[in-house]
Every structure is written in C-alpha cells, then in structure tokens.
Write a protein that binds this ligand. Structure first.
Ligand code: FES
Length: 129
C-alpha cells in the first residue's frame, strides 16, 4: 500500500496509514496511556505510534505475540527525529543507528533510546507515557 490512509475503529481518533514500509498509527493519550489494538500490528514487526500532542513518535516493536517494546524516536545525540525500519532506527542528521531494543549500534549517539512501559490488556496494547 502506498501513502494512503484508512480509518480504524474505536472511540479514539485513530487512523492507520502507511508510508514506505513502516505503518503509522495515530492516536491520542488518555490518562497518560496510548492504546493500540493488537490487530493494528497484524504481521508487522514495527509500528510507528503517533500522538498528536507529543513532539516525537514512538516505535512499537513486537518481540513476541504478547511482548512489545516502545521506543521514543528521538535521537539521543542532538534530539533529531529518527527514521525506522525492520532493521532498526537511524538518524539522518549525523548517522547514529539504534537496534530495535534501543541500543546504540553506531555513534555519535552514545546513550540508548528512551523506553516506555508496555502492557497487553486483552486485545489492546497500552503504552504508558
Ligand atoms: S542528532 Fe542524531 S546523530 Fe546527531
């Protein structure tokens, strides 16, 4: 699918879109929680979660069926927004790279990415921000 958009169900403003190979799930925080339906991951390894009130996106990474990692997509070198692929995250500003656990794999960044707690509650993935 190209950069088209389709609406997802639920009471939140939720849109699922796809640009290049990384899908974006748009939502809003409620009580400091971002909620993503498990079905939004489908067979995806990664999903960008976009909260309109946050400066940076969060990359949701599927580790197994009920285990996820949520990484702030903010370069720890100079705070540039990061790009993501199934192979990891990268910064176009000075070339830092991070793995899907948030660890630095290429400098100049030296600090890992910020992680957010994630729980799976029934059919929902909840990210605490
Ligand atoms: S801001 Fe990302 S490598 Fe410098």
């Amino acid at each position: 699918m190209s950069c088209g958009m389709m609406a997802a169900g639920g009471s939140l403003l939720s849109l699922l879109s796809s640009c290049k190979s990384t899908s974006i799930f748009k939502t809003e925080a409620v009580n400091h929680l971002l909620t993503v339906p498990l079905s939004a991951m489908n067979d995806k390894k990664i999903l960008i979660v976009r909260n309109a009130s946050a400066e940076y996106d969060i990359l949701l990474v599927k580790k197994s069926d009920n285990l996820f990692t949520a990484l702030e997509m903010k370069c720890t070198h100079r705070a540039n927004p990061l790009n993501a692929s199934d192979g990891g995250l990268y910064c176009t500003l000075h070339g830092s790279r991070f793995d899907l656990d948030g660890n630095v794999v290429a400098e100049p960044a030296t600090q890992p990415l910020k992680k957010y707690p994630v729980i799976v509650n029934n059919s929902l993935i909840q990210i605490s921000i």
